[in-house]
Each structure stands twice: as structure tokens, then as C-alpha cells.
Design a protein around this ligand. Structure first.
Ligand code: PEP
Ligand code: MN
Length: 337
């Protein structure tokens, strides 16, 4: 971290800042110019309150030279990490596709969708059991029963299961029965939940918050990793912008940015970004071309009657067609599905 003092800042002010930092265990490299003084702070400044320094009357500006995240930082871990979800590896050459309905609605529904998406090449099954709905009057999910149905679908198809956790009190059940625990956009900054997940070794799929910056998103991954669980997969699912044609704006630039800043795998969910099924195909292709390590796609056997997110769900036939087309794109960039 670098602190630049205002021209003519009094010695007492600089000494006060210096002593304060020294008392916190930092070393200071002082550069005195004709008008200005600069402090280079040596030490781990990730817990330092940068804003407290910024509001000092005699400080011109404060700049971080290092990101506030350490465990998730590529600088300290140059190799991409490969996260193993019940034998399915995220972050390698193979692009993994998670597919399934928004909500688990019945045993028959989720099992049938699971069979069809597996035929098309999906490698994991998704389905919401606990649903974070904007309205309390909307379908809230089958809860524990939904997990039972997902398990039954896994038993039939062999597909590992991905489902969303909404509160820490359910963690034992999720650790026991779920292969990849999803933290939804609305809970990306539920820090107590993240800390509890950090105490487990279960892979976590961390979706980007509705209006979260990339740094805030990585800091949430850092919460899980700081607890000792390094099995984090990031998921870009669109962010809020001024554009309302789409449900969210898919931030494809997050893929190269995450690859630069971190070594964690990143997958893309074009379904929740678009909000409309006909946009899922081009966005999925673009995500693969841009280097995503996987996709999360909502597929429903009867979207017109889905209990949630029918408008953005692909029918199994469309999903099959998309998977075929994705092979060609993956091949061009030296990867496969
Ligand atoms: C979901 O995956 O069903 C979901 C609710 O996603 P998000 O948290 O991205 O809105
Ligand atoms: Mn959904």
C-alpha cells in the first residue's frame, strides 16, 4: 500500500500516521520529494482500513498495490486449480455442463430431465430444492424432499447433483447428500453462511451477487477459502445494469478478469442472465469461446408449466442441439465437452 501526503503536510501528521502503522506491525519506506512525502507500507495490509487513512486531513491519496484477497489470488498460486466434484473435474481441458430444471418439482420430472440431459452430454444435474424467490407467494421449493428426489435422480443416472443452500442450519444435510453446494446470487454476501461452508471440504459453486463487483465476488470466495475450504467454483450469472431488456446483463468480461486475478474455475449461467430461452444458446456459445470452464443451463421438460423460470428454460431437444453445437466451439479453443 502506498500513502501520498498532501504538499506541505506537517511533520507531526506524518509521524502520527507512521507511528500508528508501526504499532500495527508494518514497516514504512519513506520517500521525501520536494513538496510531497510518500510512504510505502510493507506488510500484509489486507486487514487495514484504507478509508480511515483516506480521510486523514493531510493525506492526498492511498493506493493498494495488491488485491485484498490472498487465498484466491493467482499471484500466490499460478496454476489453475482443478476442483473435483464427485469425479467430475472443473478447471481442466474439459468443459463441464450442469443442466436441469430451475426447481425440483417431482421425482418423475427431475429424473426424466436428468436422463435426457445426460444423453445430451451434461455431466452434472441441477435442481433447486430451497428456492430464493422474490415473492413470498411464489413456489418456495420442495425443500428436503427436493434433495431426496435429486438423490433418486443421481441413483438412476449417475450424475452428481448441484443444489442451492439458503441457510447454514441445513449444512449437514447438504454436506451429506449434495455433490456441489450452490450459493445463489442473493446469498453471495451471506458471510455467516460462507464461513460455515468454509469449515467443510465440499465443493461450493459461488454465484456472483446481483450487483457485486468482481472484487466483492472474489472476497466472498476468500471467506470460504479462509476457513480452509479451497474447493470453490465461481459462476457468472449476469449483473444488474441499466438495461432491462434482459433479466440481467451477462458480464462475459468476468471470465478473463477472473482468470487473470484468480486461479479458481469459472463457469457461466446464461439462463439467469438472459431470462429468455432463445438467448441462452448464443450466450452459452460466447461463454465457451471466452474461456469459461463450464456452463449451468436450465432445462425443463415442460417449460410452459414450470413452477419457476420457465421462460428461460430450454426444452430437452433444444439443449441437445446446443450441446452438439458447443463441441465445435470448444474444439476451436483447444478444449472439449
Ligand atoms: C438458480 O440457479 O436457480 C438461481 C436462483 O440462481 P441465481 O442465484 O443466480 O439467481
Ligand atoms: Mn432458476
Amino acid at each position: 500500500m502506498v500513502i501520498v501526503f498532501k504538499p506541505g503536510a506537517p511533520e507531526e501528521a506524518k509521524t502520527r500516521v507512521k507511528n500508528n502503522l508501526k504499532n500495527q506491525g508494518f514497516q514504512i519506506n519513506e520517500i521525501n520529494g520536494v513538496n510531497m512525502t510518500i510512504f510505502g507500507i510493507i506488510g500484509d495490509t489486507s486487514s487495514l482500513d484504507i478509508n480511515l487513512l483516506r480521510v486523514d486531513d493531510f493525506v492526498e491519496k492511498v493506493m493498494r498495490v495488491q488485491e485484498p484477497f490472498k487465498r484466491a489470488n493467482r499471484m500466490f498460486h499460478p496454476e489453475d486449480s482443478i476442483i473435483d466434484v464427485d469425479g467430475i473435474k472443473f478447471g481442466g481441458q474439459k468443459i463441464q455442463v450442469i443442466a436441469g430444471p430451475c426447481s425440483v418439482e417431482s421425482m418423475e420430472q427431475v429424473t426424466n430431465v436428468a436422463k435426457s440431459v445426460r444423453e445430451s452430454g451434461a455431466t452434472l444435474l441441477r435442481g433447486g430444492a430451497f428456492k430464493p424467490r422474490t415473492s413470498p407467494y411464489s413456489f418456495q421449493g420442495l425443500k428436503e424432499l427436493g434433495i431426496d428426489y435429486l438423490k433418486a435422480a443421481k441413483a438412476e443416472t449417475g450424475l452428481p447433483i448441484v443444489t442451492e443452500i439458503m441457510s447454514a442450519d441445513k449444512i449437514d444435510r447438504f454436506v451429506e447428500d449434495v455433490d456441489l453446494i450452490q450459493v445463489g446470487a442473493r446469498n453471495m454476501q451471506n458471510f455467516e453462511l460462507l464461513k460455515e461452508l468454509g469449515k467443510t471440504s465440499k465443493p461450493v459453486l459461488l454465484k456472483r451477487g446481483l450487483s457485486a463487483t468482481i472484487e466483492e465476488w472474489i472476497m466472498s470466495a476468500e471467506y470460504i477459502m479462509a476457513g480452509g475450504n479451497e474447493n470453490v467454483i465461481l459462476c457468472e450469472r449476469g449483473i444488474r445494469t441499466f438495461e432491462h431488456y434482459t433479466r440481467n446483463t451477462l458480464d462475459l468480461s468476468a471470465i478473463p478478469v477472473i482468470k487473470k486475478l484468480s486461479y479458481l474455475p469459472i463457469i457461466v449461467d446464461p439462463s439467469h442472465a438472459a431470462g429468455m430461452w432463445w438467448m441462452v444458446e448464443p450466450l452459452a456459445k460466447a461463454a465457451v469461446a471466452a474461456g469459461a470452464d463450464g456452463l449451468l443451463i436450465e432445462v425443463h421438460n415442460d417449460p410452459e408449466h414450470a413452477l419457476s423460470d420457465g421462460a428461460q428454460s430450454l426444452k430437452p431437444e433444444r439443449f441437445e442441439k446446443l450441446m452438439k453445437e458447443l463441441h465445435g466451439i470448444a474444439k476451436i479453443i483447444g478444449r472439449y465437452l
